[in-house]
Design a protein around this ligand. Sequence first.
Ligand SMILES: Nc1ncnc2c1ncn2[C@@H]1O[C@H](COP(=O)(O)OP(=O)(O)OP(=O)(O)O)[C@@H](O)[C@H]1O
Length: 280
Amino acid sequence: MAQTTSDGPLLQVRNVDIEYRTRERQVRATHDVSFDVWPGDRFILLGPSGCGKSSLLKAAGGFLSPRGGEMLLEGQRICAPGPERMMVFQEFDQLPPWKTVLENVMFPLLASRKATRAQARDTALHFLDKVGLADFADVMPHMLSGGMKQRVAIARALAMKPRILLMDEPFAALDALTRRTMQEELLALWEEERFTLLFVTHSIEEALVVGSRILVLSPHPGRVRAELNCHQYSLNDFGSEAFQHAARHIHDLLFPTTASDPRPEQKQERAYVAATLHSS
Ligand SMILES: Nc1ncnc2c1ncn2[C@@H]1O[C@H](COP(=O)(O)OP(=O)(O)OP(=O)(O)O)[C@@H](O)[C@H]1O
């Protein structure tokens, strides 16, 4: 998998403000967000709906420009999308339906001229094998389940050997069992390939299992509440005392309860976070 050339952070996010402006209104999605992603990190952006997680990911992908602050990949300012930053989305329709599974995985390799047709085919088959879909290479996407489509999207992204893999709630639309399996598979792939991952979720449990580090964001507009290490937890730790304790700690970070916190809007905020956070 891709190696970095420097000893510093791979991705540096510095004081990032993201705003959306329409004719009618201006929405501030994030405020003064800073964090570093190091090579091999499984870095999680965690927070309630609307706190700007997807916006941060899109900015890292180069799909939107921060209003303030900057994002640097290996010291270079991110200002456009690039093949070294591959994205996997939540939606199952991210695969062009007129291409076979194999053609879907080959496509970015060919479009970016990273590989000849023969090389692209070999690489695509290699990564389809890694995600357990070697037998489905010639199948059209509409014949796959949601989980299988997400596996193809992951294979397609990893085949590009990106500097960083950007995942926006990739398992949120899957049923609970498939979601668990996909988390397991992603971790197994990471063990083999050691890619760098920036992963968005609003599930505390998913953050603890998938991540090695978690950035906890406040509700809208997203600000950094905390950054935590969580590399010690795996899928086997679900239900353990330490896991529950960590989950509770994050929960409390997301909506702190203090005696001097009686304002109605803060109560509303807590109810909102509670409603959105565990809806996965
Ligand atoms: N294209 C857009 N135009 C205007 N406002 C937007 C746009 N995209 C996002 N927003 C607003 O920016 C804020 C952050 O949105 P974003 O999708 O980044 O949050 P999120 O934390 O990823 O939410 P979710 O978990 O629901 O996907 C929200 O208030 C949202 O309404």
